[in-house]
Design a protein around this ligand. Structure first.
Ligand SMILES: NC(=O)c1ccc[n+]([C@@H]2O[C@H](COP(=O)([O-])OP(=O)(O)OC[C@H]3O[C@@H](n4cnc5c(N)ncnc54)[C@H](O)[C@@H]3O)[C@@H](O)[C@H]2O)c1
Ligand SMILES: O=C(O)C(=O)C[C@@H](O)[C@H](O)[C@H](O)COP(=O)(O)O
Ligand SMILES: [Zn+2]
Length: 371
């Protein structure tokens, strides 16, 4: 690997895999595919989106071709609406037409949308083929690690999916430099999330380096993405299938996923919805008697990164409340929330009164002063 490349392991026994983080890595993809034993004789399906294809597909295709691979590239429209059953159907068709067999590999080149969608194609094509994650957004430090793959239903996010771990994750930090500013901010939301749920020191570091992160200063970005992937890898390694601990990665998602579905996929970016959801979760913490400064700090930090912290006024509270009932954590008639107990610590609460949640949603509406 190129000097300066960092490597982490997602420790899952026989399904363990590395995450390579560094610069100039797209050009090394072919040799890494060979190193990981991905068969040359079976065609590859490369899935990317309409914004990423012109930026990075050529470099990847060239590297794979030089290593002897035959690659067919399928391009989906960029944005959340591509995480759909219709697009899954299209891509399965593309795989069949390209002659993919059971030894083939599906590659995701793009952000979390492409990662989740291509991952679900890999999980379902012929009941499962190999999969490689090549993330190109900040957000995708989260989505490319851990094996959650899915498409959306109009009523609920990620409700049709699977757990399907990649062979490896190849994170070429050069790709991040072309991200639009709104996507940079949205991605930083989930990076800060990893600190809020696991590592208060990392939150303080993000706070102190906000300017460098927003400017995509390479050293700060490389360190932060490494830390974000590391936290994700630790949690996933302890509880791959979300029997318990892994649910903490869902901080902000009970409200956030509901907002995405009710607003219509793509109106609020995932990271934006989760930013609002994290402020909501922190306000819930105060209701459970935890320090009110947790909510104040959470909000201040998100404002510093230029993220939304209020629910758009046109979204209906009752619709948001009923969308939350479709949350995957909802069980035995109870709402479940990941609640911060300090900056860098959370607990899983299964005793959350829906009246409290409704009060918080109302209090978070645009134009409402803090309750
Ligand atoms: N599976 C998981 O564990 C997990 C974790 C976090 C998020 N997610 C999912 O990830 C999705 C959000 O991911 P995202 O924020 O990466 O969104 P995205 O994939 O839609 O990418 C954001 C936008 O940036 C563009 N883009 C991507 N890379 C680019 C680049 N390098 N330069 C210029 N433009 C680029 C894309 O075309 C898109 O328009 C959501 O669907 C969310 O549910 C999944
Ligand atoms: O990997 C996880 O586990 C997460 O919860 C990470 C989240 O950031 C991500 O948005 C995930 O897709 C949400 O999972 P879901 O099970 O609530 O759909
Ligand atoms: Zn998320």
């Amino acid at each position: 690997m190129a000097g300066g490349t960092r490597e982490l392991t997602v420790d899952l026994g026989e399904r363990s895999y590395p995450i390579y983080i560094g610069t100039g890595l797209l050009a090394q993809a072919g040799s890494l595919f060979l190193k990981h034993g991905l068969p040359v004789k079976s065609p590859i399906l490369l899935v990317t989106d309409s914004s990423v294809v012109d930026l990075y597909a050529d470099k990847l295709e060239e590297s794979l071709a030089a290593a002897g691979y035959k690659v067919t590239t399928a391009v989906v429209p960029s944005g959340e609406t591509s995480k759909s059953l219709e697009m899954l159907d299209e891509l399965i068709g593309a795989g069949l037409e390209a002659g993919l067999d059971r030894k083939s590999t599906v590659i995701a080149l793009g952000g979390g949308v492409v990662g989740d969608l291509a991952g679900f194609v890999a999980a379902s094509y012929m009941r499962g083929v190999r999969f490689v994650q090549i993330p190109t957004t900040i957000q995708a430090h989260d989505s490319s690690v851990g094996g959650k793959v899915a498409v959306n239903h109009r009523l609920a996010k990620n409700i049709i999916g699977a757990f399907h771990q990649p062979e490896f994750v190849l994170y070429d930090l050069d790709t991040i430099l072309s991200l639009p500013m709104r996507e940079v901010r949205a991605g930083l939301s989930e990076l800060v999330k990893q600190g809020l749920l696991w590592d208060g020191e990392f939150v303080r570091w993000c706070d102190e380096h906000a300017e460098q992160l927003l400017a995509l200063e390479p050293e700060a970005l490389g360190y932060a993405l490494y830390e974000g992937c590391n936290i994700k890898a630790i949690v996933v390694s302890k509880d791959e299938r979300e029997n318990d601990l892994r649910a903490i990665l869902n901080l902000g998602h009970t409200i956030g996923h509901a907002l995405e579905a009710v607003a219509g996929y793509g109106e609020l970016l995932h990271g934006e919805a989760i930013a609002i959801g994290m402020v909501g979760a922190a306000r819930l913490a105060a209701k459970f008697g935890y320090d009110e400064r947790i909510a104040e700090e959470t909000e201040r930090l998100h404002v510093k990164f230029g993220l939304p912290v209020r629910i758009p006024s046109h979204l209906d509270t009752d619709e948001i409340m009923s969308a939350m009932m479709h949350d995957k954590k909802f069980a035995e008639g109870k709402m479940v929330f990941i609640v911060p107990t300090d900056i860098g610590r959370v607990e899983i609460r299964k005793d959350v009164p829906s009246s409290w949640v409704k009060e918080i949603v109302e209090g978070l509406r645009e134009g409402t002063r803090q309750a």
